[in-house]
Design a protein around this ligand. Sequence first.
Ligand code: HEC
Ligand code: HEC
Length: 441
Amino acid sequence: MLKTLIKPNCYFLLFLFSFSLVSCSNLFTVPEDEALEDEEFTSAEWELIGRLSPLPTNPPSSLTNRFADDPQAAKLGQHFFFDRRFSKQGTISCATCHSPFHAFTDVESTSLGSGRGDRNAPTILNSAYNHWQYWDGRKDSLWSQALAPLEASNEHNGSRLQYAKLIDQYYRQPYEAIFGLLPNLSDLERFPPQGKPGSKAFDQMAKSDQIMITRIFVNIGKAIEAYERKLISRNAPFDEFVAGNRDAISREAKRGVKIFIGKGECILCHDGPNFNDNDFHNLGVQGNNPQMMDSQAKFMRVPQHPIGGEKRTNAWGRFFGIEQLLQDPFNNDGIYSDNTAANQLKFLTPFEFHLGQFKTPTLRDVALTAPYSHSGRFHTLEEVIDFYNRGGGNSGFMGEKEGTIKSLNLSQEEKSNLIEFLRTLTGRPLPDELTRNPNSF
Ligand code: HEC
Ligand code: HEC
C-alpha cells in the first residue's frame, strides 16, 4: 500500500526538480523492503548468485582411489566409519567426532577422542568436493585423510596391525569381495597383534610384510572414502530460491544474500556451489596453541625453510600442512595411490605467506555445525559475523592477516540478515540408511 502511494510521488518530485533519490527518501520514508525486493537483484548480482548453486550432482572423481564409487566399498566403509572396535580401547569411531546427529561434526570446540585435540572438527558433509582435507590441507585425498585419526594418539589411537586383524576376524568376506584375498595373518611372530610405524613390533617386521599390512590399512581408508562420497548436503532453501522459487527464502535472507555477494565480500572466498574456493587464508583467528597465546604473530621469527627452524606447531597452518603433505607416504604421488600420473604435488612448496593460513570451509549446513573456525573459538554465527565486522583478529595467530579482511560497518540488521541467509544453506536430510550405524542392525 505504502509503496503505491510513495513511489509515484517520488518519481514526480524527481521529474520536477531532477533531484537525486536521496532527497526523496528524506521527504518520505520508503520502507527498506521496497528497495530490496528479490526481483531487484541486478543482473550482475544474479550472475554472482548463479555461481553458488546448484551443487554438481557428483563430487569430482577421486582419481587415486579405484574403489571411490564402488557401492560395495561404500557399504563396507560405512561399517568401518561406525565400528568402535577400530580404536585402541574399542571406544572411539569416526562417528564419535563426526556424528550424524550433529551434521557429521561434534559439539566440542576442539575434539575429544583418546585425548583432547587442538582443532575443531569440520563436518564431513560435502568433504568429497574439497580439493584438500583438514584445516591446513595436509591431506590431498579422503582415503588418505581417514588413515590419520585411526592411528593418532588423541583420536582412535589404534594401529594398522590391530586393524588388519579385525578385518580378518570380522570383515573377511566383504573385504575380499572388493579388494582380493587377505594374507594369512595367523602367525603371531610374523604379524604381532599391535603395531604401527615407530613401534618396535611393526618396525621389526619384514619390509614386504609391512607393506602388505599397510595395503590393508589403506583399503580401510579407500572404503571409508567411498562412503563419505555419499554424504552430501544439497537442495537447501537457497538452492530452491536460485532455481526459481522466489519464496523459498525470507525477505531478510534475500537481503543477506545481497550482503554476502556485495558489502560483506564473503564471496571472495566462500565462492562456488560448495561455498569455498579450495584455498587457504589468514583471517587472524586466534589459535589454541599455548605457545602462540602470549606472542604476537608479527613478532615471530620468520621460520627457516626447509626443515630445521623452530619446532613446527599447528598454528603454522598451511605452511606446516604443505610440509607434512610432501612427506606423507599416503599422498597422491605415493605408492599407495591408484594413479600417480597427476603428479600434482611437484609444484607445491611452503612459502612465508602460507604461515597461519587455514582452509576456507564450506558454508553448507553451517547453521548446524557450531562451534566455528579451525580453533573452535566462535560459539555462534553471531560471533563469527562480529569477528568479520571488526576486520578479523589482532593477536594469537601466526603470519600476516590478509589485506582483504577489513571492517565491514554492518548494522545490527545487516548482520542478522547475513545470518538469516546462512540459515538457508541447510540441505535436505540424508536418507536414513546412510546415517545409521549398520553394525547395530
Ligand atoms: C577425536 C575426534 C575425531 C575422530 C575420532 C575422527 N575425527 Fe575427523 N576430524 C577431527 C578433527 C578435529 C578434524 C580437523 C583436524 C585438522 O584440521 O587438523 C577432523 C577432520 C576430518 C576431515 C577433514 C574435513 C575437512 O573439511 O577438512 C575428514 C574428512 C574427517 N575428519 C574424517 C574422519 C574419519 C573418516 C574418521 C574415522 C576414521 C575421523 N575423521 C575420526 C576429529 C576427529
Ligand atoms: C579472505 C577469505 C574469506 C572471506 C572474505 C570470508 N571468509 Fe569466512 N572463512 C574463511 C576462512 C579461511 C575461514 C576459516 C578461518 C580459520 O578457522 O582460521 C572462514 C570461516 C568462516 C565461517 C566458520 C565456518 C566453520 O565451519 O567453522 C563462517 C560462518 C564464515 N567464514 C562466513 C563468512 C561470511 C559470512 C563472510 C563475509 C562477511 C566471510 N566468511 C568472508 C575465508 C573467508
